[in-house]
Design a protein around this ligand. Structure first.
Ligand code: F0G
Length: 454
């Protein structure tokens, strides 16, 4: 077996506790069987997300102490802006409080009723912001991207023929922008290839359509470009990053993921677009030199972005995830393959094939796994979809329980514990029943909806 090796040592620790199973049952019931509503005190291993919970380095922590506090023109902000220019080569930057705030600004400026946004795959908050502005999303991931069991190294690729057909169908003037998502979140953290991005970029250029990159999960995508794509093997991570950026007009990101910090922002190549978006930052986020981020967050981000250019840093997530996926596969547990970034994705459609999609199999499995292990995962299936305007349920293409491995947080023994508990639950899967809503919010319902056993 291939065993991942930590290229860091642990210098600060946080105590964990593993509540007994009776308490776990009580807590998940109180939480309406929604793992978002559990208190972290009642969780042993928090694999809900990698968002804002990646481990920071000593250099990031140190940088936070030399932050320059000022509302306007802080030296901290200038360091961040310089670092982004250095890495992505785009001149303009707008800071925001997190990734979805970038999506809010992009949608407000670029999307209006009747506009279409083609993308490799949607993300929950992205789609919500686009539809809120009256736009629609067209998902153009290759058919291979939706095959749960696969050896395709780039399941996040966009289907170029589908892209051309969508532009033809709506007309280029109706396309607000094309969006490519690094480390495609909802289909299992799957990367796109640099070659595919170049093809997408060519089509965009032909039609004068801006290409927007969601770089929240760029670190994982870069690692897979480097290790799975022949023409990238001789390039440094920094070079792959620049080649990626050079193909795009706008790059936005959640710094809760990229750069192992907090916050986010939008890098923009063209001055006119920057000038259209700029007024929204003081309005919704904060002044132009912090955009809702604290100076400490910005310092940590600047260092974190630099460290993201280190292959021995960005290989940690994918290698641990690869190990977890291999171990579960060996035990017969259905998971998404090949292993992607972000986390290990358990395939609930096959795991609990006795639960129909109308009863949220992935939500049910996430709740059951917490009871069986004290591990908190996240539903990424039908619960995470939004209903059609007429109320019809949209069944997700995939029913996944995502077990995120925040970067450099968990040890190999903790991953082994997770594998053991998931395998136990798989052997006892008929214990798991479906769920139904007790209280269903209208927007982004998965965050705080309450459910009960059917
Ligand atoms: N884009 C992608 C690809 C994301 O994964 C996220 C967040 C966002 C945008 C929004 O960024 O949270 O900073 O507002 N993903 C988190 C997750 C929430 O758990 O997957 P945000």
């Amino acid at each position: 077996e291939t065993v991942p090796l930590e290229m860091h040592k642990v210098r600060i620790v946080q105590k964990l506790s593993l509540p007994p199973v009776e308490r776990r049952l009580e807590k998940i019931t109180e939480a309406g069987n929604n793992t978002f509503l559990l208190k972290n005190d009642d969780v042993f291993l928090d694999m809900l997300t990698d968002s804002g919970v990646n481990a920071m380095s000593d250099r990031q922590q140190a940088a936070m102490l030399i932050a320059d506090d000022s509302y306007a023109g802080s030296a901290t902000y200038t360091r961040l802006e310089d670092k982004l220019r250095e890495i992505f080569g785009m001149h303009y930057f707008l800071p925001t409080h997190q990734g979805r705030a970038c999506e809010h600004i992009l949608a407000k400026v670029l999307v209006s009723p009747g506009k279409v946004v083609p993308m490799n795959y949607h993300f929950t908050t992205t789609k919500a912001h686009i539809t809120l502005q009256g736009g629609t999303v067209e998902e153009l991931v290759t058919d291979a991207g939706l095959e749960v069991v696969s050896v395709n190294p780039f399941k996040g690729n966009m289907d170029i023929a589908k892209l051309r057909a969508v532009i033809e169908k709506h007309g280029a003037d109706k396309i607000a922008f094309v969006r490519m998502e690094s480390g495609t979140n909802l289909i299992g953290g799957q990367p796109f290839s640099l070659a595919n991005l170049a093809d997408v970029s060519n089509v965009c250029k032909e039609h004068g359509i801006p290409l927007v990159l969601d770089a929240s999960l760029l670190a994982d995508n870069l690692y897979f470009n480097k290790t799975r794509e022949d023409h990238c093997k001789a390039l440094s991570i920094r070079e792959i990053t620049r080649r990626t950026a050079d193909l795009c007009d706008i790059i936005y990101f959640s710094a809760r993921k990229l750069g192992c910090a907090r916050g986010g922002g939008i890098c923009i190549r063209d001055q006119a677009t920057y000038q259209k978006m700029r007024p929204l930052v003081p309005l919704y986020e904060g002044f132009l030199t912090y955009g809702g981020m604290s100076v400490r967050e910005m310092e940590a981000l600047t260092v974190g972005l630099d460290e993201t250019m280190d292959e021995e840093m960005i290989n940690q997530g994918p290698q641990f995830i690869g190990y977890m996926v291999d171990q579960l596969t060996e035990r017969g547990v259905p998971v998404i393959t090949p292993a992607g970034g972000l986390g290990c994705h358990v395939d609930a459609k096959r795991f609990v094939d006795h639960i129909p999609q109308s009863q949220y199999p992935a939500g049910a499995l996430a709740a059951a796994l917490y009871i069986a292990s004290g591990i908190r995962g996240m539903e990424r299936g039908t619960l995470s979809e939004q209903r059609e305007p007429d109320g019809t349920e949209i069944f997700a293409n995939m029913e996944l329980v995502r077990l995120a491995l925040p970067r450099r947080v968990f040890t190999l023994s903790q991953v082994k514990y997770a594998v053991d508990r998931i395998a136990w639950l798989y052997d006892n899967r008929k214990l798991i029943g479906g769920l139904t809503f007790v209280e269903e919010p209208e927007v982004l319902r998965f965050f705080y909806g309450l459910l009960k056993p059917v």
